[in-house]
Design a binder for this molecule. Structure first.
Ligand code: ADP
Length: 486
């Protein structure tokens, strides 16, 4: 089956969060199961630089204001991602200093609606045969950046002779919707009647995410529990009604771990490799990490870590509040993150106050994320909401027990450690109340287990042995595609 994946970022070329990890791993996993996969991406500099053997597919002639900057479609191979790709080379839209979505001062680009409408529109052109040598049978769009693909496909169906591919839209985070002033709708070249409650309009605004949710043939999200949560007002971000209406076409498929990238037995970024059977290397990773961070070298002090975007979603103010009590009980703490200036300053201050027990590295650092997760004992993910979460999965895989809030994909992937679960399925520490007290109660269980070496190792080995590759989720996606492609 010819499958077109449409997304805005892809590991290892361009990554701002978990979306890139998924986009980087899913194509290979689908190919392993026999899928014929290509990825469509905007021509951001790192993506164009990663495109090998590029050839011109077509000059693009987009409608409305999308066509204000010249654009052409290239085909080639993204060797680093092990996939064939189409890349939209439109320097006016995508070649800018700053990030893919916002400038150097974190201000979203004012023409983001055009930049990402072009992505969705181009997907629909490919679906209509823009590259006659490869016409997709299924279009799979990811998050709001690609969410207009199903809308343009639906619009194409109004005039196109012959069959068009089915579409799947995956929500990686419902909180980021791509909301724009309603007047911009006229610039997109979509039929007028699409700007309606039954369409892309959202309380007078233009909502890309809603377009994906409304027009895609099937909707998926990245964990079964999040699929249920987003149908309720609390986590539905205003779109829960639409999601309830489409409940029978909405599925939760858990993300996997790319074991070519995240595997302690083969990870070349670590000072020592290790496995569930041979854990000695993990102690060496911890000692090296404590040295690197200037923490007191204490094998017996449990080391808690966080690797995260610093945003309200991630619940890190709970960690800040809990930190003095954690240190008081002999724990150490290390954080890698960037984002909210207030949180950055508060964590830096904590490290300044407790240099022997707290280390903070602000910024984005992929190799250090590996060293930090491998060298720590516990990884904390106390999110307010969490569609899937990947760092707790990396924690499981690296024997760094996750301490998580019981929400979204965190609840689906971590089993709490209690007396009755210790010999059964315990893999981490789970709490309910979104409070520092809730977190501290789970931390108390982590500290107690840490003092019981044999029990700790039992849970650690179980966590490391959990199957978490991309083979299972890819099989679920393929089964979903097959039901749509007759
Ligand atoms: P989200 O997509 O909401 O940011 P996920 O847990 O799904 O959260 O994915 C986050 C990804 O980004 C993980 O691969 C994590 O290791 C990585 N990451 C987050 N912050 C940093 C950072 N400061 N440096 C390196 N990697 C980071």
């Amino acid at each position: 089956m010819r499958i077109l994946q449409v997304c805005a970022e892809i590991f290892p070329l361009l990554k701002t969060g978990g979306l890139a990890d998924v986009a980087g791993a899913l194509p290979s996993a689908l190919q392993d199961l026999g899928g014929d996969v290509r990825v469509l991406l905007p021509g951001f500099a790192p993506i164009l630089e990663g495109l090998e053997d590029a050839s011109l597919v077509a000059e693009l002639v987009p409608p409305g204001a999308l066509g204000t900057a010249p654009a052409r479609l290239l085909h080639g191979r993204l060797g680093a991602c092990n996939t064939e790709a189409y890349v939209i080379d439109a320097p006016g839209h995508y070649r800018r200093p700053g990030g893919p979505y916002a400038d150097g001062t974190h201000q979203p680009y004012p023409d983001n609606h055009l930049r990402f409408a072009l992505l969705g529109w181009t997907a629909a052109q490919l679906a209509m045969g823009l590259d006659p040598r490869w016409v997709p049978e299924l279009v799979h769009a990811h998050d709001w950046h690609a969410a207009l693909a199903p809308a343009y496909l639906r619009a194409a169906a109004l005039t196109h002779q012959g069959p068009l591919p089915a579409s799947v839209f995956t929500v990686h985070n419902l909180a980021y919707q791509g909301l724009f002033d309603g007047r911009h709708f006229a610039e997109l070249g979509l039929p007028d009647h699409f700007f309606a409650m039954h369409g892309v309009e959202f309380h007078g605004q233009l909502n890309f995410m809603k377009a994906g949710l409304y027009y895609a043939d099937r909707i998926t999200t990245v964990s079964p529990r999040y699929a249920l949560e987003i149908q309720e007002p609390e986590q539905g971000c205003g779109l829960d009604g639409l999601l309830r209406d489409r409940a029978h076409q909405l599925f939760g498929i858990l993300n996997g771990v790319d074991e070519a990238v995240w595997n302690p037995a083969t990870d070349a970024l670590l000072s020592a490799t290790y496995s569930a059977a041979q854990l000695a290397g993990k102690a060496r990773c911890k000692a090296a990490l404590q040295r690197e961070l200037g923490l007191r070298k204490a094998g017996r002090a449990p080391l808690f870590c966080v690797v995260s975007r610093l945003t309200e979603q991630k619940g890190l103010h709970l960690v800040l509040k809990a930190l003095p009590a954690l240190i008081e009980q002999g724990a150490q703490f290390a954080l890698l993150g960037s984002g909210d200036a207030g949180l950055e300053a508060a964590f830096a201050e904590a490290a300044h106050t407790h240099p022997e027990a707290v280390a903070v590295r602000l910024g984005y650092d992929e190799p250090f994320a590996h060293r930090l997760i491998a060298g720590s004992d516990v990884i904390m993910v106390p999110s307010h909401f969490e569609p899937c979460g990947l760092t707790q999965l990396y924690g499981l895989k690296y024997g760094t027990l996750p301490l998580v809030r019981r929400v979204g994909g965190l609840a689906d992937t971590v089993a709490d450690t209690r007396l009755e679960t210790l010999d059964h399925d315990a893999t981490g520490f789970v709490f309910d109340a979104f409070s520092a007290d809730g977190l501290l109660q789970a931390a108390a269980r982590a500290l107690a287990l840490y003092r019981r070496k044999a029990d700790w190792t039992l849970v650690q080995r179980r966590a490391m042995a959990l199957p978490c590759g991309w083979d299972v989720p890819a099989a679920h996606y393929l089964a979903l595609y097959r039901r749509l492609v007759t």
